[in-house]
Design a protein around this ligand. Sequence first.
Ligand SMILES: C[S@@+](CC[C@H](N)C(=O)[O-])C[C@H]1O[C@@H](n2cnc3c(N)ncnc32)[C@H](O)[C@@H]1O
Length: 221
Amino acid sequence: MQRTIITTGDGSKTIHLPDWNENYHSSHGAVQEAKHVFLKHGLDVFLGNSDIHILEVGFGTGLNTILTLEAALNSDSNITYDGLEAFPISNDEMVALEYENLLTSDFLKNKYKEIHASPWDRSQKITPKFTLTKIHQELQKQNFTPNTYDLIYFDAFGPRVQEGMWTKEIFQKLYTSLKPGGYLVTYCAKGQVKRDLKSVGFFVEALPGPPGKREMTRGRK
Ligand SMILES: C[S@@+](CC[C@H](N)C(=O)[O-])C[C@H]1O[C@@H](n2cnc3c(N)ncnc32)[C@H](O)[C@@H]1O
């Protein structure tokens, strides 16, 4: 499928899929959305805990990953981060996104490169307190160990274009993979998604969305 690079409302870039008219991030602002949905309403709940195990569904550009590493730098938390991705982006796309320019230090710029260079399906220490495993697999085929994750960043393409990522079967599998008290956060605020999350056992909250979007969703096990 064709992928092009576009600039979003906050000046940060993202990938656009012309065939589906779908973006990797909000057109209102890629960084803004990532920080609001996944950090403020996800990571911040756990930051400070000694160990935080995160699953990202749709590793994509690695933007959520590097922003998570940046946010956790001054905390005492050990982060284990599993980034699941079926269709990795190319090195040329990674360079064209210019996310390095958004990062405030040479240390983070180098870490972003390391994140992309790290091999698939092998865990890699990006810092002494941040261990990354990029998993090259389709969500539908991935088996998770029950009670593993504290936090799931559910960042799939929207249900309009990829309905198969938003089924009750998938939500059941993700629910099982969470520890009791764990959270799933997503930018999506569709009523059907909230009902389906509830039906597999999640306690569901509708939270204010990032700029340009009224709501987002968070589910707790
Ligand atoms: C909205 S984008 C994710 C953006 C990403 N979190 C980031 O920060 O760049 C959705 C991602 O899901 C991936 N994807 C699509 N189908 C998938 C599947 N069946 N299993 C796992 N990942 C999939 C896409 O390739 C894409 O990278």
